[in-house]
Design a protein around this ligand. Sequence first.
Ligand code: PEP
Ligand code: MG
Length: 551
Amino acid sequence: MQYKGDIVFEGYVTESVLVYDEQKRPRRLSVSKDKNEYDRFLSARISAIKTFDQLYATTLKTMSEKEANLFQTYKIMAEDSDFEDLVRSNINDKQTAEDAVTNASKQLADTFSALNDEYMKQRAADVIEVGNTIVDILSGNNQLVNLTKPTILLCNDLSASILMQINRKYLKGLVLVKGNINSHVSIFARTIELPTIANLDNSFALSNAVNGKRAILDGIKGRLIIDPTEEEVKEYGKLAKQYDEEVTSLKKFVGKPSVTKDGVKLNLYANIASALEIENVLKNDGEGVGLFRSEFVYLASKTFPTEEFQFNYYREVLEEMKDKQVVIRTFDIGADKKVEYFDLRSEINPALGFRSIRICRKRPEVFRTQLRALYRASVFGKLSIMIPMIVSVEEVDFVFDLIKKVKAELTKEGVPFKDKIPVGIMIETPAAALISDVLAKKVDFFSIGTNDLSQYTLACDRLNPDLNMTFDNKHPAILRLIQMTVENAHKAGIPCSMCGELGRDPSILPFLAAIHLDEISCSSAYILKTRKALAQIDTKKVDVNSYTNPK
Ligand code: PEP
Ligand code: MG
């Protein structure tokens, strides 16, 4: 059986499956007679602290101090006397140690979430994590940590801390059946370069029936094949070997320029959704960040992130990227990226609804907070600001008016900021592409979002897997809009980038180079591959019309 999912990190794996269902993990139903529940808690807590110490040490070796510090925080939380007091009082109320710990961590998380302090709010998820680790130890549910053979792990979702506890020597692939490609665990999976897919199609339901079965995880096409035929296993074995050789050979492109054979330059930048991904951007020699999807800062928060919190976050991203360009896209919330505290009405056609710049115009105070944070952070690096989902000149004028007000406020307050940050827009609607000649005179750069441009041009929901055949982002209509946009940008003397998924498709690269697109921004794992493909292209030999005319 074959199932489709979203790609989190590429690679091919053929191994046996371990099903891990967090919902079904064993829980004690009544208070133990033989051992005092409080003693059970204390000894599980000692083990958890040891685990956090080990995780700190391994993460420090394999990643950086920043990631490792998460486990120091967990350790401090596990040792905290308030946490211990809550567990004790829950046990006095006749709860099992497992329930007492679960409830204590929830109580503390609620307290943290209610505080008017961004740092403490972020700690709510951490204390839940600490509770889960102790409960896992109490219920003997650390089968994952003790993997003894190469495994593809199948679960609905997973916490980042459990992932980091699993022996990487045996964990070969990960399937997050209900996971999201931008969750914390997905970000960690990319950081440790673990082939992973997420969000499997609805025909797959997690069940113990597949436990121990052989499976193929195809992280290139985003497929899970359970019980493959011998032929499929052989075929995938060959693909895996080729893939490994290809990845190794790409290292020689680090430090090389991103140019075609005939010298046409096309900068290669990275798309990110979190500061944690910067390490990979630098490792893969990204020349900058071409799209930081800032809505993930909002998605990770339980309430509106404050100006101070956002300022610190953007500053960190800019400082880590040093003198390299960072394009931060203002929040693109709405459609499939709903945030509860925005309190958005449910819609019949969310993709055509109240989204990004449309929210900004109706709720300028929310947008203003983000713009203030961005301008304040601008002095710490090379920032550009990008506005998504533009369809009209009025929207662009609104943005520049608000920016003018924000700058005036900051000047009055004596807050330092860079006055001349490039401000650009995404061209991801047919309307924007069609009036790109006018828009180009108003902004500093364009970036083409082919994911939405394809969705809106083809009248085809980008999230509906039944429409995969129709969702052709290389359709001549889309390529014509792209060509028109690049030409209009250049006529007005501004650069044009592409940050949608089409940019990393090697089959379209000759066309993009030949029309002189200035930059491609893609997941960092694709940067060196694209640089290699670019070096083989001679733009003089590319027939642009053959791409823009239907066959
Ligand atoms: C796009 O639409 O191509 C794009 C890059 O934005 P997102 O995928 O975040 O909508
Ligand atoms: Mg988009």
